[in-house]
Design a protein around this ligand. Structure first.
Ligand SMILES: Cc1ncc(COP(=O)(O)O)c(C=O)c1O
Length: 447
């Protein structure tokens, strides 16, 4: 039995009490539990969130790169409340108005001829269904995916995932192979589009083109480094898929819904995928929802063939209502164009950091999707922390950000700059002023 007062009264908890009970009775993600140090969150509005004691944080990672429209938008809150009052749930064999409206709207926004959607609880399930659809449609079984990628925390999606989160889930599902990356680390030269495409084609030939159902990739890689492909890469992947009858699955779970300054990241290269997965920004995480969208020809396949897939919460009305209201916010407030504009401002601020701080080895951004890579040697560009490792300087930087009320993800030798798309120039500058000060810590480690 808990001894904290909250177990026996309804008084609001202190931050410490929240942490104590959450740590005692829940598991935190991807962590040894003794090492977690959660921030207690009581409320959030706009680009900020607060602890119960009133400490304010700038949310410079949009939580998990998902609260794209910012926190507490009344229009979305109202839409959820209204839906809850009328029809909070109907099973997925039913037709509902919100499901109908959302699918119609997404068919207008999605690239190319993608006009049919299967709704899920999040990104991992969208990818699970995307690969199953690709296998059912092509009659082939293999899926190519990159090492520098994350596709979700369920069995198939973790096998697709290239980063170390995959390791504990191995051997995983059968039939997944790796296609090459163009990026090899801050201290190494990146491949040109021609180089990486030539190696990709060689891999396809070695695997056997007729055995490959799909290639899945993040058009701009998220957690694994905001990797923006060289021009020609996405078009080249599309061409290889066409040449060998392979479907292209576009994982827009993190990069979609304005994050990069376009509705979907593939729109930057005008590439039309066969399947698209989405989640996060679809509802800005006000309610959990994912979706896999498919081209008409693929949807037509399931006119006569059974679609083997199902989820109790598929097309959940509360989530569909949240998505419709969120999409209306992107449109009403011009948030896609705004992400592009503020992305230019962020680009200048990142360049400025690079010019002035010896520990900044590289910066990248596309729209409001940004990253800083830190190094401990100006000549060799040795990363401040090794691959999949922590470094005391990175921990000290993370601690400084937290003390100063700046929340963002610090991972290996990188940290992210992914604020809600509603951020103003003044707010961006306020956050970068904190970063600027913090980098004095990592600068001291540079040889
Ligand atoms: C590119 C990408 N795909 C898939 C996922 C998995 O989404 P979810 O956590 O909603 O299952 C994520 C989550 O971060 C992601 O970034």
């Amino acid at each position: 039995m808990s001894t904290t007062k909250e177990a026996i009264t309804n008084e609001a908890m202190t931050g410490e009490e929240m942490i104590e009970l959450c740590r005692r009775h829940t598991l935190f993600e991807w962590s040894a539990q003794a090492a977690v140090d959660p921030i207690p969150v009581a409320r959030a509005k706009g680009i900020y969130f607060w602890t119960p004691e009133g400490k304010r944080y700038i949310d410079f990672n949009s939580q998990l790169m998902c609260v794209n429209i910012g926190h507490g938008d009344e229009r979305v809150v109202r839409a959820i409340q209204e839906q809850a009052a009328v029809l909070p749930y109907a099973n997925p064999f039913m037709a509902t108005e919100v499901r109908a409206r959302l699918a119609k709207k997404l068919s207008e926004l999605a690239p190319g001829t993608i006009d049919t959607f299967f709704f899920t609880n999040g990104g991992a399930e969208a990818n699970e269904n995307a690969i199953r659809i690709a296998r059912m449609f092509t009659g082939r079984h293999k899926i190519g995916a990159r090492y520098r990628s994350y596709h979700g925390g369920t069995a198939g999606a973790l096998t697709l995932t290239g980063d170390p989160r995959r390791w504990a889930a191995e051997p995983g599902i059968a039939g997944v192979f790796r296609i090459p990356d163009f990026y090899h680390g801050v201290d190494k030269r990146s491949d040109t589009a021609e180089e990486v495409l030539a190696r990709t084609e060689e891999t396809i030939q070695l695997e056997g083109p007729n055995t490959i159902a799909a290639i899945i990739l993040e058009p701009v890689t998220g957690t694994n480094g905001i990797l923006i492909p060289p021009d020609g890469y996405m078009q080249g992947i599309r061409a290889l898929c066409d040449k060998y009858g392979i479907l292209l699955i576009d994982d827009e779970v993190m990069a979609g819904f304005g994050r990069t300054g376009e509705w979907f990241a593939v729109d930057h290269w005008d590439v039309k995928p066969d399947l698209i997965s989405m989640a996060k920004g679809l509802t800005s995480a006000y309610v959990q929802l994912g979706a896999v969208g498919m081209r008409r020809e693929i949807a037509d396949h399931f006119a006569k063939n059974v679609f083997y897939g199902g989820l109790t919460y598929n097309s959940h009305p509360l989530a569909c209502a949240a998505a419709l209201a969120t999409i209306a916010v992107y449109e009403e407030d011009n948030l896609i164009a705004r992400a592009r504009e503020m992305g230019h401002v962020m680009h200048g601020l990142l360049e400025d950091l690079k010019a002035r701080h010896p520990s900044v080895g590289a910066t990248r951004n596309i729209g409001l999707f940004g990253i800083v890579e830190l190094v401990r040697n100006r000549e060799t560009l040795e990363p401040m922390a090794a691959f999949n490792a922590a470094a005391p300087e990175m921990q000290a930087l993370g601690k400084f950000f937290r003390e100063q009320g700046l929340y963002t993800l610090v991972r290996w030798n990188t940290f992210f700059t992914n604020p809600p798309l509603i951020i103003t120039e003044a707010e961006l500058r306020e956050a970068f002023a904190i970063i600027d000060k913090g980098l004095e810590i990592t600068d001291r480690a540079v040889k």
